[in-house]
Write a protein that binds this ligand. Structure first.
Ligand SMILES: [Zn+2]
Length: 201
């Protein structure tokens, strides 16, 4: 199937090629620092591959909600990033505040929802127009013993058996004497792989 490619040059180091749109949700490609990413995409904070891309992003110091509390402080501390729309702190917002933020956005650059992706939130955020995610929550929650399912999450100690057949879960099943670090790393691997699957939906 031929796709119509709308090419928009945002600046010299980031190009966004919009290939398909469904409401606010969109499929496309982004080039950041010479790296091409198919969106919606998940930036991997645990590997080397994305290191240069991640290091080049200015995340700022203030979550987006600060804008409503004190606009002057937000302007001083917000992300200084003109290639991507950086949204931080979404995971602590109530639905009303979340919708308020997305109603304000101009959608003229790829939207990156920082540290907000779980299998449950990715479909909603894609529907709202988010193009870029990361696996920060998948990793952080793993170290709190939180295990992801497709549409919910559960404490690892409340899990009677591992229903998943990924490599990490096989090791979790067969090794009962893992250290906290080993166990957390395996849960993180499982959580990350499940998130990749939910992105593909
Ligand atoms: Zn698994």
């Amino acid at each position: 199937m031929n796709k119509v490619i709308i090419k928009s040059q945002l600046n010299t180091s980031c190009m966004f090629y919009l290939e398909k749109r469904d409401g606010f949700a969109r499929i496309g490609r982004i080039e950041i620092n010479g790296k091409t990413l198919e969106t919606p995409c998940i930036l991997d904070f645990s590997g080397e591959e994305m290191k240069n891309v991640l290091k080049s992003i200015n995340f700022g110091y203030a979550p987006y909600i600060v804008k409503y509390l004190n606009e002057r402080i937000y302007e001083a501390l917000k992300p200084k990033e003109d290639r991507l729309e950086i949204l931080t702190g979404l995971s602590v917002l109530n639905p009303y505040e979340l919708i308020r933020i997305f109603r304000e956005l101009k959608f003229n650059k790829p939207i990156y929802a920082v540290a907000s992706a779980t299998p449950l939130t990715i479909p909603i955020l894609v529907y709202l127009g988010v193009d870029v995610f990361d696996n920060i929550l998948a990793i952080a929650k793993a170290y709190q013993g939180i295990y992801f399912f497709e549409d919910f999450e559960i404490g690892i100690n409340d899990l009677k058996s591992f229903p998943c057949s990924c490599e990490a879960c096989k090791q979790l099943k067969s090794n009962k004497d893992l250290s906290y670090e080993e166990k957390s790393e395996l849960i993180a691997k499982h959580n990350r792989s499940l998130k990749e699957e939910s992105r593909a939906m």
